[in-house]
Design a protein around this ligand. Sequence first.
Ligand code: ZN
Length: 296
Amino acid sequence: MGIDGFGSAFSCLWCKCPAKERFDTGKQWSMTDATLGARSIEEIVKCSKLKQKSVQFSCSHAPLFPNIPITHVVPDTLHLFLRVADQLVSHLLTELRKRDNLSVSSTLYAPEKCANMRRFENFVQKLNIEWQFYVNKESKRVSSRDFTGPEHWKIFNNIDLAEMIPGHPKLELITSLWTRFVTIVTMLKDKIPKDEIPAFRETTKDWLNTFNLVYITTNVTPYMHVLVYHVNESLELHGNLSHFSQQGLEKLNDRVTGWYFRSSNHKGVEALKQIMLKQNRLELLEEKHQRGPNST
Ligand SMILES: [Zn+2]
């Protein structure tokens, strides 16, 4: 697309919302209406050639596929779910660490002294998720890995936040954030009728307003902005967004990575050829299985 990364001052692919205004649901942003900050391919090309950073709107080069209009670039709901869920979990972990007096720079994790973190570990392990806090060998700090999509679902559907962070002054709001996020993602899995899109938009806007009541404004991420401002527009333009989700591609990536590391051949083109042949054989067998036992 030619836009700088998530950390840049204008990181949205679809509009020119400044990072520092991302939290402000009173502002209007659009991917189709230039008067509401919508980007266009022509503008990205033009801005990327300007010398002055302040007028580039984080456009660093021309898009790789200039023939694809911006409105044909669809937000990926799988990554949107993963990254926003990561944020909610990360804020919870920060609170647990705070309760256990374990700072970001801590280099030692003693479970017997960290009752709150241990409670969360026990909870996820009871859900058959292999996960724990550990000391990262490189940074030497207490860390934890991100959860996968299915793991997030298990956690969001089973967690009792009142048990996890008892007495938190904003417990009700945090619980509402978690449960309403599940509702929003569940709604996106099906087709949302056109006349219900405005209500969906309001639901996401209310969700962000609640987020702003709990966390500081700079905690609002680019994916949250996309959820509130551009998912509804994409629903209007393309209907069911789950058709565009990269879930299948991600599954293929997991499968292929596993094959690569389990195989004895790790040499360039030959290893790639073996993987492709294996995938083709599997697809052929699956197709045959679907057609029935007498097919040729
Ligand atoms: Zn935007």
